[in-house]
Design a protein. Sequence first.
Length: 200
Amino acid sequence: MTSGGDTTIGDSSTVNGDVDSEGEISVGDSSTVDGDLTATGDVTVAGSSTIAGEISTDGDVFIGYSSEVEGDIDAGGEVVISNSATVDGDITTDGPVTVGDSAVVKGELEARDEVVISGSVIIEGSVTTTGDITVRWGAEIYGDVDGDGDVVVEGALIEGNLTAGGAVELEWGTTITGDVSAGREATIHSGVTIEGEEPS
C-alpha cells in the first residue's frame, strides 16, 4: 500500500503487506499490518495492534498500549513505547525515548537524547544515548548502559556495565553486575549491589 500523503488505517483493520507513506501513518486500535511501515512523517500505532515488520520514519513514533512491533524501529524524532507494548527488535532514533511500564524491548536501544525507562520494563540489549538516562524501579536491562549525560537508576537490575559521561546516582534496590564509571560525581545509596568495579 503506497500513499502520496497521510495514511489512516481504521480500528480492527487488517493490511496484508507494507505501508509506504509520504506523510504520516496512523494505525487504529486492534489492527494488524502484515508488513513494514515506512513514512516521512509521524507513525502512530494505537492500542492492541500488531505490526509484523519494521517501522522506519523521519518523524516521531508512538506505540500504543499492549501493541506489538515484530521488527526494528528507526526514527528521526521521539519514540514512545506505551505500557505493556512489545518491540521485537532494535530501537534507533535521533530523538528521545520513553519506555512505559511493563513494556518489553527485545533488542538494543540507541538514542541521541534523553532515555526514560519506566518500572517493570525488560530490555534485552544495551542502552546507549548522547543524553541522560533514567531507569525506574523494577526495570531489567540485559546489556550495558552508556549515557553521555547523567545516569540515574532508581532500583533496577542492569546485567552489564554502567557508564556515564556525567554523574551517576544509584538508589536503593539497584543491582549492577558489571563495572560502574562516572565522568563526574557518583552517589551510591544504601542497599545497592555492584558486582564489578565501582567508581573511584
